[in-house]
Ligand binder design. Structure first.
Ligand code: ADP
Ligand code: MG
Length: 348
């Protein structure tokens, strides 16, 4: 059998875990990333360091691979579109363009009659003034946000006066939901009505960064079923190929809202590596490389904790694990405050 090669754009920990999953399936990986220090170069077969608008390097990358995927959504549409003329890009570039724009994403979800937070498009400070009804709220850039970056809480109308942001960007203002809980659902779609869906995962955030995930989520049957149904509807409507994550809010009245969609494997799904027979990463590789779909089975309950900034240090020195604990070091050289450095999964 001739060797199959998967191209991955982006070289963070998600790229590393996709490479590890591909290797297990005897698929070669080439990673293309604009960060010279990208940690995934420790795990892939080949690494290309280049900018996302470097036409020559993009062309050479496409020549080396059979199919192309990506590990983060903030890639210029032009890059994905150019690549897609040379080799198949999955998920499709048009899906990425929709989801990477918060306004287009929320409009799409609402058209499916799925609940989101209330939101409104904002172009200038003046746009905010009549919107007291949306406060307390969060102003979010429409593109390029992650881990709470590009987000500005506005508690009351007085905060607008002192707001020091650049309206060269576009924003949406979102009404704050009184959160009871956050959950996520990860689904891998292979083709029409053929998908594998993981059970909802309960997530805790600190400073808008994911801190902790666990299965089972402590939710009732209504939320369990509705979150899965909405995730299937979204994946089917997008004709999505690969792994997708839907993030949800549950408010104090037990209403479910879609917060956002990630067109990729997701941090909350790291526990699927140890808790399921097939992880979200392996499923993504299987789907985009047209490999066989295997029914997923949960092997164990689990929880995962992100190791942020300096928290990685004691684990690097002496992880001291029992046989139900699994420590992952992303091998990032620079330790920065608020940077995800590794994680620990514990089977329950
Ligand atoms: P990111 O793209 O940075 O992940 P999110 O929109 O998911 O942005 O926001 C990050 C976190 O901030 C959420 O998981 C949630 O904890 C909190 N948050 C964001 N928007 C709201 C909201 N409208 N109401 C309540 N909490 C919110
Ligand atoms: Mg989010």
């Amino acid at each position: 059998m001739s060797e199959f090669t998967l191209g991955i754009i982006g070289g963070g920990q998600l790229g590393s875990m996709l490479s590890i999953a591909a290797k297990k399936l005897k698929i070669k990986t080439v990673i293309y990333c604009n960060d010279q220090k990208a940690p995934a170069q420790n795990f892939c077969d080949e690494f290309i360091h280049a900018q996302y608008d470097d036409k020559n390097k993009i062309y050479n990358f496409a020549k080396q691979v059979d199919v192309i995927t990506y590990e983060f959504e903030n890639i210029p549409f032009e890059t994905l579109n150019e690549l897609n003329k040379l080799k198949t890009v999955l998920p499709k570039p048009s899906v990425n363009r929709l989801i990477q724009h918060r306004l287009a994403e929320k409009d799409f979800i609402n058209k499916l009659n799925i609940r989101t937070t209330r939101y409104v498009y904002i172009e200038s400070k003046e746009d905010l003034l009549p919107l007291e009804d949306f406060l307390p709220g969060i102003l979010k850039t429409t593109t390029m946000g992650y881990d709470g970056k590009g987000q500005y809480p506005i508690i009351d109308i007085k905060d607008i006066e002192t707001l020091n942001i650049d309206f060269k960007n576009e924003y949406i203002l979102e009404k704050l939901v009184k959160l009871k809980k956050e959950i996520s659902v990860i689904i891998t779609r292979f083709s029409n009505n053929k998908y594998e869906i993981y059970e909802p995962i309960e997530n805790t955030h600190e400073d808008q960064i994911l801190r902790h995930s666990k299965i089972p989520a402590e939710i009732d049957q209504k939320i369990f079923t509705q979150s899965k149904e909405w995730s299937i509807m979204i994946a089917e409507e997008l004709k999505y190929i690969g792994t997708l994550c839907v993030e949800f809010f549950i408010d104090c009245n037990n209403n479910l809202y879609v917060n956002e969609i990630a067109p990729r494997v997701h941090n909350s799904g790291h526990l699927t590596i140890n808790a399921y027979n097939v992880s979200q990463f392996e499923n993504h590789v299987r789907a985009v490389c047209s490999l066989k779909q295997i029914p997923i089975q949960k092997l164990s309950n689990a929880e995962m904790i992100n190791l942020i900034g300096k928290e990685i240090i004691p684990y690097r020195e002496n992880p001291n694990l029992n046989d139900k604990q699994f420590f992952y070091d992303y091998l990032k050289k620079d330790i920065n405050e608020k940077r995800k450095m590794g994680h620990l999964t514990t089977l329950k």
